[in-house]
Design a protein around this ligand. Structure first.
Ligand code: IPM
Ligand code: MG
Length: 373
């Protein structure tokens, strides 16, 4: 079976981190029978430059035909003055919407070797393992009406709409409860039900799905302001967090810092199972295109490499291979190999490609040991 993987390197450091991740994909084909066939397409600012749109038709067609997609990052100052409709971010939002990738899984895991790289104290974050489940195709990100209008008196009015339907809430709630069953059985749903009607409805629907379908799991609810505080006060109280698109965007950046660096956080964006059994899926690091360090071989490729591990697990059901890759990353970190973002003062740092090479070398070692055992 050939596995068709579409690479969308995108902009800024996206191209550098995806190049390292591709070597990892190729390694799994060479040594573990992944049998991947990779193709590339344009998304984001690079697509706009080449074709006049951040999300070309050809990219959508290739995306629909692929078994899984790996994305680097989109955006940069070069495109910031463009109209909203053609901004690089539109490309990302477009592909999420077109493929109906409604479930965004953002695991925040603190590797022990990195517990000192975080701005938080080791005793707060050591052993941290939480899963943020962010709804990805609804909310104020896509709600209509939206826009900016000039009023008769010359002042301006800007508005966006926070909207959810009950089926949208129910399907993301199910994803969270299913994950909780495979973890520690606890889900915390995050909303702003004390102020926003749409999220009060969110709370009620999550509760209903829990009571009717997942009574074996434990559900709690938390307001988003409190949740943001609890994430830095005592993050280990959480197992699975499920929340709206907007709140998930914000909380997952906070959570990333608990792991040492934004450069460590992978993500998976999944759709509903199709008639042919396939699950549309896109994997990407949570970090952005980091224009300040782009093209300098400085970026940390580990979030993208860990996104490949999520691909192996969720798209290809290769849990053992995913474990192997995660073990290789853990090993590399334990050896003290650090890109600049995860180095503490005085520590020697490596480049993007050196970090990629270190992961490949460690994969070789672990694979040899596994075969010898
Ligand atoms: C993310 C990013 C995107 C988002 C941007 C780039 C559109 O911040 O994936 O978290 O807001 O969803
Ligand atoms: Mg974000």
């Amino acid at each position: 079976m050939t596995r068709n993987i579409l690479l969308l390197p995108g902009d800024g450091i996206g191209t550098e981190v995806v190049a390292e991740a591709k070597k990892v994909i190729d390694w799994f084909s060479a040594h573990r029978g992944l049998n991947a066939k990779t193709d590339e397409a344009l998304l984001g600012g690079c697509a706009y430059d080449a074709t006049g749109t951040p999300f070309p038709k050809e990219t959508l067609e290739k995306a629909r035909k692929s078994d899984a997609i790996l994305l680097g990052a989109v955006g940069g100052p070069k495109w910031e003055s463009l109209d909203y409709s053609v901004r690089p971010e539109r490309g990302l939002l477009g592909i999420r919407k077109e493929l109906q990738l409604f479930a965004n899984l953002r695991p925040a895991l603190c590797f022990d070797a990195l517990a000192d790289s975080s701005t938080l104290k080791r005793e707060v974050i050591a052993g941290l393992d939480i899963m943020i489940v962010r709804e990805l195709t609804g909310d104020v990100y896509f709600g209509e009406p939206r826009g900016v209008e000039t009023l008769p008196d010359g002042t301006r009015k800007g508005y966006n709409t926070l909207v959810y339907t009950s089926p949208e809430v129910q399907r993301i709630a199910r994803v969270a409860f299913e994950l909780a069953r495979k973890r520690n059985g606890r889900v915390c749903s995050v909303d702003k039900a004390n102020v926003l009607e749409a999220t009060e409805m969110w709370r009620q629907e999550v509760q209903k799905i829990h009571d009717e379908e997942y009574p074996d799991t434990q559900l709690s609810h938390m307001y988003v302001d409190n949740a943001s505080m609890q994430l830095v006060r005592n993050p280990r109280q959480f197992d699975v967090m499920v929340t709206t698109n907007m709140f998930g965007d914000i909380l997952s950046d906070t959570a990333s810092m608990l792991t040492g660096s934004l450069g460590m956080l992978p993500s998976a964006s999944l759709g509903a199972k199709q008639a042919d059994g396939r699950i549309p899926s896109l994997y990407e690091p949570v970090h952005g295109s980091a224009p300040d360090i782009a093209g300098q071989n400085k970026a940390n490729p580990l979030a993208t490499i860990l996104s490949v591990a999520m691909m192996l697990r969720y798209s290809f059901d290769l849990g053992k291979d995913a474990d192997l890759l995660e073990a290789a990353v853990r090993n590399v970190l334990a050896k003290g190999i650090r890109t600049a973002d995860i180095a503490v003062k005085g520590e020697k740092t490596v480049t993007t490609s050196e970090m990629g090479a270190a992961v490949l070398k460690t994969l070789d070692e672990l694979n040899k040991n596994a075969k010898a055992a």
